[in-house]
Ligand binder design. Structure first.
Ligand code: PMP
Length: 404
């Protein structure tokens, strides 16, 4: 008798699929390929010296590295949580210490939120498109998705109303420079969404992974801050996920989730069950580094990424054939391209890799309903401006030949 694995797997495993982005990244590691596929920070911009100093400090301290190498509390390293509370307060949201949980990247927070709220068949509202990793985190809990269309101001309110009338458990969105389409939700739209969700008794999950990476335009208060403002200082409707992956480095796996105590305290129990706590030494080092360089380093990132965003937008304006449109993000890492109706992003990718040595992510992966076949996500974060221009020239050359 042999084990028939598929028969042993739980039903929810059917909802899990390998990330198309990850599968793709394996194929395009060749140096001749100009890749706009990975939505990752540029390693040349990592604050390596500050990290090195902080790790050294741990090992050279008079008391020795014992505490940093030991188990710690599930809620997270206390000085780091204090830093996060002060940071959130500086953004207008008063978060108490028992309303914040340090997670192993904000991705873990998305998994916990799925586990906390979603039972089989429960409705979950997401934007169209949305962050693929959120769909991957939620799908094993077997939700039914309600997808909300977006315009250049964010989720379309009529569609928000229609979704809320169906009583989803929560509405998940990335209000700043959304991965994948670069769109930022306007202030009016943020307020309207919070008000509608509060009235309907539906939680809002705000994923703020890119919020610090603004290159121009006025900064807009986070949804958790707006929620706190209308509720006397503390959040009531919005749960906020934060991350150090885009502002510092992803490899330490340090993020956080904060909001209503009832929800966060449940997630502390999930944290205990999942991995007891996020790496102690990495939290100690992250705390040291953000205390020292956060503002200055973020300014440096903004300068570098702004040039790349500008290079991509200029190249698209110079080379894109008629019928192709794209977003003009005020920050983040992504430009979203829309090809004429009937175009197929996956077919284009195959040709782009083979014929133009260019890669990107076909947009359909970011739709819970698998629509959006004529869209592409282009990340400008990892390539230098000249390479971005060359990649866009090649890609648009292919588009101009009617490759779509
Ligand atoms: N949310 C969004 C919108 C993201 O793009 C990412 C990373 N790609 C994450 C969350 C997860 O980031 P991390 O787990 O590294 O904090």
């Amino acid at each position: 008798m042999t084990v028939e694995w598929e028969k042993l797997f739980a039903g929810r495993v059917g909802g899990m699929s390998a990330s198309e982005i990850r599968e793709l990244l394996k194929l395009i590691a060749k140096p001749e390929i100009i890749s706009f596929a990975g939505g990752i920070p540029d390693p040349d911009l990592f604050p390596a010296p500050a990290l090195s100093r902080a790790y050294q400090k741990v090992f050279e301290s008079n008391s020795g590295p014992g505490d940093a190498l030991q188990y710690t509390i599930s809620e997270g390293y206390t000085p780091l949580r204090e830093w996060i509370c002060a940071y959130m307060e500086s953004k207008g949201a008063r978060i108490a210490m028992d309303e914040v949980l340090v997670t192993s990247g904000s991705q873990q927070a998305l998994d916990f939120l799925g586990k906390l709220f979603i039972g089989p068949g429960d409705l979950v509202a997401v934007t169209k498109p949305t962050y693929l990793g959120a769909l991957q985190a939620f799908s094993p809990y077997e939700p039914t998705y309600v997808s909300i269309a977006m315009d250049d101001q964010g989720p379309v309110l009529d569609e928000v109303d229609t979704a809320l009338a169906r009583k989803p458990k929560f509405l998940y969105l990335v209000p700043d420079f959304q991965n994948p389409n670069g769109i930022t939700v306007s202030l009016d739209r943020r307020i309207a969404i919070i008000e509608r969700c509060a009235a309907a008794g539906v939680a809002v999950i705000e994923d703020a992974a890119y919020a610090e990476l603004r290159y121009d335009g006025d900064s807009i208060p986070s949804m958790v801050a707006l929620d706190a403002e209308r509720n006397g200082g503390s959040p009531a409707t919005v749960i906020h996920c934060g991350s150090f992956s885009k502002t510092m480095v992803p490899a330490l796996r340090v993020g956080w989730v904060c909001g209503a105590k009832d929800a966060v305290q449940r997630m502390v129990l999930m944290k205990q069950a999942a991995d007891l706590h996020t790496s102690t030494i990495n939290q100690v080092v992250m705390h040291d580094v953000v205390s020292e360089i956060f503002q200055g380093h973020v300014r440096r990132l903004r300068d570098a990424y702004k040039q790349r965003r500008d290079a991509m937008l200029t190249a698209l304006a110079d080379f894109a054939p008629p019928g192709v449109t794209w977003t003009k993000p005020e920050g983040g890492m992504f430009v979203w391209v829309e090809l004429p109706e009937g175009s197929d992003g996956v077919a284009l990718l195959e040709r782009a890799i083979k014929e133009a040595n260019v890669a990107f992510v076909p947009g359909a992966a970011f739709y819970a309903d698998r629509s959006g076949k004529n869209t592409l996500r282009l990340a400008f974060s990892v390539n230098k401006p000249e390479r971005i221009r060359e990649g866009i020239r090649r890609l648009c050359g292919l588009l101009g030949q009617g490759a779509v």
